[in-house]
Design a protein around this ligand. Sequence first.
Ligand code: DGL
Length: 258
Amino acid sequence: MNNNNPIGLFDSGIGGTSIWKAIYQLLPGENTIYLADSSNAPYGKKSKEEIIALSKKNTELLLEMGCKIIVVACNTATTNAIKELRAKYDVPFIGIEPAIKPAANNSKTQTIGILATKGTINSALFSKTVEMYQNTKIIEQIGHGLVELIENGDIDSPETDQLLTAYITPMIEANIDYLVLGCSHYPYLIPKIKKILPEHIQIIDSGEAVARQTQNILKEKIGFNTATSSTHVFYTNGNPKVLSDILEHKFSVTEKYF
Ligand code: DGL
C-alpha cells in the first residue's frame, strides 16, 4: 500500500468527525476520506449482524478508494465488528472503544460512569473490558435518543439537556469522578455535559488516543504522506448540511449513495 494514499474513516454518521478532528490535529499532512453512513444511523440500535454488514460495506468502499488504513470512528462498530473486519480484510484497522482503562486506573472514588450506545454496552468486547476492572464500580448508561438528536442537527434543543440530565444525575449521586464518553457522537455534547457535572468530575473520550494509535501504526507499518499538500474528502448518504455544520463549513461535503 502506498504511503501517500489516504486514511479512511467511517462512522454511522457525523459523530466520527470528533475522531477525524483529533487525527487532523495530530497528522495534518495526511490525506483523509470520511464516510458518514447517516442514512443507517443509529447503529447502536441494530443487531450485531447488521452492524457487521454495514461495517463491511463501508470498509469495502474505503478500500476501493485506495485507503491505506481504516479508522473505525465508531465505538458501536468497533465493539461489534472489528474482529470480523480484521479477519476479512488485509489492511490495518484502528478501532475506538470506551476509555475505561484510564478512568478506572485514575478514579479515587473507584466509581466511574460510562455513557454509550446500547450496541456498545451490550457487546461482548465491552463486557470483557468491564470484567477486567472488578475493583471499580462502573455505572453504565445507554444514551437513548442522543445520537438521533445530533444527527438531526438538534444538539442545542431542550430535549438534549433533559436527556443528559436524566442520564448523568444518577452517576453524580453515585459519586463518580470520571465520566467516559463511549460514543464518538458524544464529544459534541461536552459543553452541555459540563453544565451538568460538578467541576471535580472529569470527562474522558478516546479521540486523542485513537489519533496517537493511528500515528504509531502509520510509522511502524505504512509510512506517512510525503506530498506537500493534503486533501480531505467527506461523503455522506444523509443530510450534507448537518455534516457541513459540524465541520464548521471548513471542508466541502459530497452527497453519495452507499
Ligand atoms: N458514533 C457511534 C459510536 O461511537 C454510533 C452511534 C450510533 O449510530 O448509534 O458508537
